[in-house]
Design a binder for this molecule. Structure first.
Ligand SMILES: [Zn+2]
Length: 437
């Protein structure tokens, strides 16, 4: 082990993105935690390995994929144990239980996992896995601050080291009144006009801001549509809004209760809400986290997810700080060039190490050459269960160490500069961006 590797492997991490269950949800699932709950994203690789024509092959691409029975996982595991997703599972297993993740050990893994959480409160479980084992000092969480979460405003259901992102992706593809109903229900306010809708959206965000734990706006729109966003006028957005809000009117001689507008007609409204959210982030000086690049699960529409599509947004909102996720893989070089060019952009390697460790290392190496290291965000686990962070953290640390070792060997960085880069990309840049320390 090199000195820089030792340094990186023992370093704390800022987890820029995660979806951990809250304590209530975690406790509700206790009995079911077994070897399969270590898989995380690897389920998607199992489906890919299986191919489309096998009995029970998953072709609907739901995310997360439904649970698989043991025999099927056992049959498919050997094919995926060397992918980034697969290696993360094995790393978690070895680090926690000193066992390789192979079928003959699954019963032992079930027992070891249950033993590790029994007699511990959810809070203690999170402290053990997230803080002690994965050394994730801070977590930026996505999932709590959503209108459809019944415990969205309940305090005390996450460790004190967690901050939260507000997310409401349904605004960007609105074809009926469901998102408006949700806003009305959450706030107790009525929405009659487009301006009402924007006001009520801001009231909803106020509720989250009042907790003192709102730290970002999250946009996960890439799962539902392409990232190219136009700049519609109020009137253009209102055309779709009015049809959605007033279903009993005879529009062009037709009245129908369902399907208020089609995707094309709703686009201006979706884009309008996108701008409203960025404006709110500007007003409150909140960073905006945007999913770019590869999509979780299978059968995702990758073509519309590249970060480059968001250049008009970076250019228009020059005072807003943007955190672009997942290295925009497979467009990591493009994201690096953008981060060099736009001072309001922080490129983020969250979840990227698990998807493709080698390409993530190459991306980090390129970015350090092109982008001030004070802007690079090096890690995020992006998991739902706390023990998954252990493998994802080790994978990120291994990749960061590999890149820094190589740069020291080439004479690009001194040992002490490499440590400074590690401090920054692993912890301090996140603390600075999200105003935590
Ligand atoms: Zn995520």
């Amino acid at each position: 082990m090199s000195a820089i590797r030792d340094y990186v492997m023992e370093h704390e991490l800022f987890c820029h993105h995660d979806h951990h269950a809250d304590y209530v949800e975690f406790d509700a699932g206790r009995e079911g935690y077994d070897y399969a709950s270590l898989l995380g994203y690897a389920t998607a690789d199992l489906i890919t390995a299986e191919g489309p024509r096998r009995l029970g092959g998953e072709t609907r691409g739901r995310s997360p994929a439904p649970p698989m029975e043991r025999g099927r996982i056992e049959r498919l595991w050997p094919a995926i144990r060397v992918t980034g997703y697969g290696r993360a599972v094995d790393l978690t297993c070895r680090a926690l239980f000193d066992l390789p993740y192979s079928p003959e050990h699954w019963d032992a893994i079930d027992e070891a996992l249950q033993a590790a959480i029994e007699n511990k409160t959810a809070e203690e479980v999170y402290r053990h896995f997230v803080h002690k084992q994965a050394e994730n000092t801070w977590t930026l969480h996505d999932g709590r601050m959503r209108l459809d979460n019944p415990r969205a405003l309940t305090p005390g259901l996450y460790p004190a080291s967690y901050r939260f992102a507000f997310r409401m992706d349904s605004l960007f593809t609105m074809v009926d009144a469901a998102p408006l109903d949700e806003l009305e229900h959450f706030t107790g306010r009525s929405i009659h006009t487009l301006d009402d809708a924007v006001d009520v959206l801001n009231v909803a965000i106020d509720r989250f801001a009042e907790t003192g734990e709102l730290a970002a706006i999250k946009i996960g729109m890439a799962y539902n549509r392409e990232l190219a966003v136009d700049d519609p006028t109020h009137h253009e957005a209102e055309l779709a809004f009015n049809r959605i809000r007033s279903r009993k009117v005879f529009w062009d001689g037709m009245q129908q209760n369902s399907g208020a507008v089609d995707a094309a007609a709703s686009r201006a409204l979706g884009d309008y809400f996108f701008h409203q959210l960025i404006r709110r982030a500007d007003a409150d000086n909140l960073p905006v986290q945007i999913h770019t690049g590869y999509l979780a699960g299978n059968w995702g529409s990758l073509g519309g997810t590249k970060a480059m599509l968001l250049i008009p947004i970076l250019d228009k909102y020059r005072r807003v700080r943007f955190d672009f996720f997942h290295a925009s893989w497979p467009w990591t070089s493009e994201l690096g060039a953008m981060a060099k060019n736009y001072s309001n952009l922080w490129p983020d390697l969250c979840w990227a190490w698990a998807m493709n460790p080698t390409e993530s290392a190459r991306a980090l190496s390129e970015w350090i050459d092109g982008v001030p290291f004070t802007k690079i965000l090096g890690y995020g686990a992006d998991t739902r269960l706390p023990w998954c962070n252990v493998g994802y953290s080790l994978q990120a640390k291994d990749g960061i160490a590999w890149v820094l070792e190589e740069k020291i060997a080439r004479g690009f960085l001194s040992e002490s500069t490499a440590r400074e880069v590690a401090d920054r990309i692993m912890l301090q840049n996140g603390e600075e961006l999200f105003d935590l320390s």
